[in-house]
Design a binder for this molecule. Structure first.
Ligand code: PLP
Length: 613
């Protein structure tokens, strides 16, 4: 987490109604110079004597030191009169933001291109004071420092104001400082200081203008600062990642994972880490405990991270729970399938020579638990049952609660492939009674591919000791390695992937958690259904069975050319997904990842533009 937030005043935290601008303009124009709005904006953030000299020059008047000093006095005079008539106010949410940061233990400082003569009346009229000041006791906000141009040898874009704020608050590491301002020079000063530098749009400068200064974040206003991962107590060192040099993606992935990630998630991969030392083990342990909390589980459960893609984790669960059957420990798996991923579980069992049966419900409806119950009533040889929660083949959401209840009634070990739903659909793994839940890094947690994870009941895990016929996919050994080594992976771990996953977990919390993310995915999907329907494309799954994760659309006409459609959309910056259903021709659109309803609108516009039906 950051230690210090350094915020600009006018236009960023304080709205003075543009009176500083007016006063500066008037003071310069009194010399006969004409002041262009853009020049005024460019020079606003610097100390005012420098600003006056440059604006005089730009406005066609040769500046002298004497004239500049004289107009500086005029500027102060004009401004204080103007403030007396119209007291400044805080910019929406600034005071609440300052209080929130302070409550998290972050110090707050204001910096300004004004000098103390402007700042003192301004702060007093807001009821804000600096720590140690006489009026601090009655103040509504007590700032940890206020630094003005009087305190430094040069204003912005030099980093000195920020550095002086660091000095006053005893802050040493610039990576733990966040700077925010509304002008290009504010952003440059933050960058020059080596801090996390944010631009805000409340000062009038446009997004395009500010983007040129390469801020780490562009925010609507300072009210959004407490949402930034770096201001969150749970943020590890990796939050202070510099995403500025991370390239933009060439296209938006509308696929069910790997999916579009944030720049900060990708930036977390830009350094190398060793895989066994205390820092890294601690990172692994924090990832494991975060996943446990996301699953709403306590000490009865544990988390195992497993190298490889999601299927590796599924295979490790099937092989470790049902492998090496013998007289004492027989086992038979019932697989309920309604798509490619359900069938893959049966395929794994077949490869591992594990006794199993599959009930296949076709691709277009949810699995039917009643049918499974009948099967279990007739055949008592089953010990385990497995089902996919969100069947990514079509986007069908299967009845998880009913499935889990059925496994309990028949005393079966409950295995759920929640690969594409965990983190994007709220679920209480402990309450549901799931013994083994499987998901992976590159789905709804919005990390990059490289490992899967299993959330399992400890007593069910204990039963898997010695059952796996595979060394590398032995879930029990992997679990013991992590537990006994306090976060040590048995074999080389995907270090970069784990670091970016830790960042993705922080960003999930910052977004508001699984419920809020679920709402976003739902909004995406509802927008998609509506806009595509208007364009003549309809989902193959009934709305009540449809997940917010991915949607399968039927071809609009029998001669629909998917390859051409795919290429057209890719040219427009969207990558969609081919279909996988046997009964009907489909293609799929994922609505998970760093994707928002606006993106869905842009996609729908592109579809309409390229429509050939
Ligand atoms: C993505 C996914 C998997 C795993 O696929 P991999 O290609 O091995 O990562 C398994 N099950 C479901 C439901 C999935 O969506």
């Amino acid at each position: 987490m950051i230690e210090l937030a350094v915020l600009d005043m006018a236009g960023t935290t304080v709205d003075d109604g543009g009176r500083v601008y007016d006063a500066l303009r008037q003071a310069v124009e009194e010399t006969g110079a004409t002041v262009a709005q853009k020049d005024l904006q460019d020079w606003m953030g610097t100390d005012k004597v420098t600003a006056i000299i440059n604006l005089m020059q730009l406005g066609g008047v040769e500046p002298t030191d004497e004239a500049a000093q004289k107009q500086f006095l005029r500027f102060k005079q004009i401004l204080s009169e103007s403030y007396r008539a119209h007291p400044p106010i805080e910019i929406g949410g600034a005071a609440a933001m300052l209080r929130e940061l302070q409550s998290r233990g972050i110090k707050v400082a204001l910096t300004t291109g004004f000098d103390r003569d402007v700042v003192s009346p301004l702060l007093a009229s807001l009821g804000w004071a600096v720590v140690g000041q006489e009026d601090a006791e009655q103040a509504v906000i007590v700032l940890d420092a206020v630094v003005t141009t009087d305190d430094v040898s040069a204003g912005r874009p030099a980093p000195y104001l920020v550095q002086r704020a660091m000095e006053r608050t005893g802050t040493v590491d610039a990576h733990r400082v966040l700077v925010a301002g509304d002008t290009v020079v504010d952003v440059m000063a933050g960058r020059n200081a080596g801090a996390i530098s944010c631009a805000v749009l409340t000062g009038g400068a446009t997004r395009d203008v500010l983007r040129n200064a390469s801020p780490h974040h562009i925010l609507e206003s300072v009210a959004e600062i407490p949402n930034l991962p770096a201001t969150r107590p749970e943020c590890s060192g990796t939050c202070n990642v510099d995403a500025t040099f991370v390239p933009d993606n060439d296209y938006l992935l509308l696929t069910p994972g790997p999916l579009s990630t944030t720049k900060t998630v990708r930036a977390a991969m830009l350094r190398d880490w060793c895989t066994w030392d205390a820092d890294y083990k601690q990172l692994t342990e924090s990832v494991r405990s975060d996943l446990l909390a996301l699953a709403q589980c306590g000490d009865d459960h544990s988390v195992i991270l497993m190298q490889g893609s999601g299927t590796f984790a599924v295979e490790s669960v099937i092989g470790s729970t049902l492998g090496m059957a013998d007289q004492q420990r027989p086992g038979k798996l019932l697989v309920l399938a309604n798509g490619a991923y359900g069938r893959r579980i049966a395929q794994i069992a077949a490869h591992l020579r594990i006794a199993h049966e599959i009930i296949d419900f076709g691709d277009l409806t949810p699995v039917n638990i009643e049918t499974a119950r009948q099967k279990l009533a007739e055949d008592h040889s089953f010990t385990h049952a497995a089902m996919v929660h969100c069947e990514t083949t079509t986007g069908v959401l299967n009845p998880l609660r009913e499935f889990c209840a059925m496994t309990r009634e028949h005393d079966l070990t409950c295995i759920v492939d929640a690969m594409s739903s965990f983190g994007g659909v709220p679920m209480n793994v402990a309450d549901l009674g799931i013994d083994f839940l499987i998901s992976s890094a590159n789905k709804c947690i919005q990390g990059v591919p490289g490992f899967g994870f299993v959330i399992a009941r400890r007593d069910a895990l204990e039963n898997t000791a010695g059952r796996s016929t595979s060394l590398s996919l032995d879930l029990y050994d992997q679990w013991q390695g992590l537990e006994n080594g306090h976060g040590k992976w048995r074999f080389t771990s995907p270090t970069h992937v784990v670091h970016s996953f830790a960042q993705a977990l922080v960003e999930l919390t910052a977004e508001g958690g699984v419920e809020v993310r679920h709402e976003r995915y739902r909004s995406n999907q509802q927008r998609l259904i509506k806009r595509f329907h208007d364009a003549g494309l309809d989902a193959v799954i009934a709305p009540e069975a449809q997940s917010p994760i991915i949607t399968a659309f039927g071809y609009p006409t029998p001669d629909f050319d998917f390859a051409a459609f795919y290429e057209d959309l890719k040219q427009e910056g969207f990558v969609i997904y081919p279909g996988k259903v046997s009964e009907v021709d489909t293609f799929r659109i994922g609505t998970i990842g760093e994707v928002y309803p606006d993106d869905v609108d842009r996609l729908a516009d592109a579809v309409v533009a390229h429509r050939k039906w």
